[in-house]
Design a protein around this ligand. Structure first.
Ligand code: TNX
Length: 532
């Protein structure tokens, strides 16, 4: 029997259920509308349908384009490794209505390196102005997939991604990191592994710090002892090593395929003990120095007033320029006025003469770099010289007022990957402070110093000095997950960035890093997701 009371209750029940359904729909909608992507794209709009990858899913692309072919193979190989099944690559003209499509469109409205992804139930289309954009689109796509996709043979079935649209482009053109292969030497394979990981986060610059007091790591044919003698040890006295020119070219090509430019650094006139140990004529007192395996800085300088020095610089820069397709050569220039000089502790120049010699050196080396059609980069110490406007300053510690020279921001208290995360971190140094994920992430390069505008800043670079970093597991521990934040600072719009939202996405990224077998730091700031 239906009493007025039960009728009322039924109505109430329907009403409550309706509200419940609406709330559920709204929350499902918003859940699938957001995605955990690092660096955060400009805009993401996903909905409730799905594209499912099948055994016979094909990639369609302009098969005359080698870079796009690389992109297709790259995506296919990741699937093959984790599911046993890669994708057939087919010419664009064969496309009917379903599959994955890479499309280049020079007129696409986006910034350089930008891309758009449209996902429908039948088709995933990545469009970009040029191939790097397609590669970055693939990285975003990979982050929409289950983390298992980054692992090997994990029995994945029915892999699907939500339909929708992503539009994206980078804030800065320079999205870099630096690896110090001088304090400790890393093999070609170790560097390649690092490059693979960097590529996942749309990083496009790997600066290699190739020479320092403790080791010279690249063969220079006209001065072979640099590598043969100066490369035979490292911090702590280990065996060191050096890259042959073929090794270096292999690294350059491996990086280039992944749209990463290698920027070689030959640090001068300071940080040159390995060179001074290899050739007596480079020393002010004409005597070769012993090899050095400690980690003090400010201990060495080339003789800035000797013509032999400039013959040496010309030969080294020429040989490096010949094997470097990128536009840039970094000449270091940091910490070049030693506190004491020579084995006896005696300087053959006064401090004032050394400062004038430094300025003269930087200006002359700038001419040499430019004569080989390269753009010079130096650490901010080079502001002491009168620089050509094409030269780039890499800011690490000095306050550098805005000038005609573009800058790369690498401030040591925010962006140094060799600083400890906190006081109990085993690896790393502390002189610039502790850098946990918040300190590393929560800053805006534009606010570095008043007076800078966006166009004066090329971008950011996070250096990993390797005094305490000995192998690839150590590299991973110091770089990950911090480097995800640097990739986001360099790529994502400032208004799209938020620390708590970033820390949530790092948690999801932890699952992918697990499948990639990365030895990353489990910051207490992140609520890591337990896989079971
Ligand atoms: C300063 S940063 C250096 C390096 C050290 C580093 C250690 C810079 C241009 N010079 O030589 O390795 O500190 O954190």
């Amino acid at each position: 029997m239906i009493t007025p009371h039960t009728a009322h209750m039924n109505k109430l029940f329907k009403y409550i259920s309706a509200i419940f359904i609406i709330i559920t729909l709204i929350s499902c909608g918003s859940r699938s509308n957001t995605a955990s992507i690092i660096p955060k794209p400009v805009s993401v709009s996903l909905n409730n349908n799905y594209f499912t990858f099948l055994k016979d899913t094909e990639i369609f692309f302009d098969n005359n384009n080698e870079e796009l072919k690389f992109c297709g193979d790259y995506l296919s190989n990741i699937f093959k490794k984790s599911t046993g099944n890669g994708f057939k690559m087919s010419p664009y003209s064969d496309f009917k209505d379903s599959g994955i499509v890479f499309k280049l469109n020079k007129k696409l409205k986006t910034k350089d390196d930008g891309y758009k992804i449209t996902i429908s139930t039948k088709k995933i289309e990545i469009t970009a102005k040029s191939s790097p954009g397609i590669f970055y689109g693939i990285q975003t796509l990979l982050q929409l997939l289950p983390p298992e996709i980054m692992g090997s043979m994990t029995n994945l079935n029915n892999i699907s991604i939500p339909t929708g649209k992503i539009e994206d482009y980078p804030r800065y053109q320079w999205r870099g990191t630096m690896l110090d292969v001088a304090r400790h030497f890393f093999t070609v394979e170790e560097v390649k592994r690092y490059i693979d990981l960097l590529a996942l986060y749309k990083i496009n610059i790997l600066h290699l710090h190739l020479t320092d007091d403790q080791g010279w790591r690249i063969m220079i044919d006209s001065w072979p002892n640099l590598a043969l003698h100066g490369g035979q040890t490292e911090v702590g006295g280990g065996p060191g090593g050096y890259y042959t020119k073929d090794d270096y070219k292999e690294i350059v090509k491996y990086a280039q395929d992944r749209f990463i430019t290698i920027v070689p650094e030959i640090d001068m006139p300071g940080h040159t003990n390995a060179a001074l140990a290899s050739y007596p004529e480079l020393n002010m007192d004409g005597k070769a120095k012993p090899l050095y395996t400690g980690y003090s800085v400010n201990i060495s300088t080339l003789n800035t007033r000797s013509e032999v020095t400039y013959k040496f610089v010309e030969d080294v820069i020429r040989e490096i320029a010949e094997i470097t397709p990128g536009k840039y050569i970094h000449i270091g220039g940091d910490e070049a006025i030693p506190d004491t000089y020579g084995e006896s502790g005696k300087n053959t120049m006064s401090r004032e003469e050394m400062k004038a010699g430094y300025k003269y050196f930087i200006e002359r080396v700038e001419d040499i770099v430019q004569s080989h059609d390269k753009i010079m980069i130096g650490w901010d110490d080079i502001k002491a010289a009168d620089l050509d406007e094409s030269t780039i300053k890499q800011i690490w510690h000095f306050k550098v007022p805005p000038s005609k020279n573009k800058v790369i921001i690498s401030t040591c208290d925010r962006a140094y990957l060799d600083m400890k995360y906190h006081r109990y971190t085993k690896l790393g140094l502390t002189w610039a402070g502790y850098i946990d994920l918040d300190q590393g992430y929560d800053w805006d390069p534009l606010e570095y110093e008043p007076g800078y505008t966006e166009d004066m800043i090329l971008g950011i670079e996070a250096p990993l000095w390797s005094e305490t970093v000995k192998d690839v597991k150590d590299i991973e521990f110091m770089a990950f997950p911090r480097i995800l934040g640097y990739s986001e600072i360099a790529w994502s719009l400032q208004e799209n960035r938020d620390l708590n939202d970033y820390l949530d996405r790092v948690a999801t990224e932890g699952l992918r890093l697990d499948f990639l077998d990365v030895n990353y730091y489990k910051s207490e700031l992140v609520s890591w997701i337990n896989r079971d």
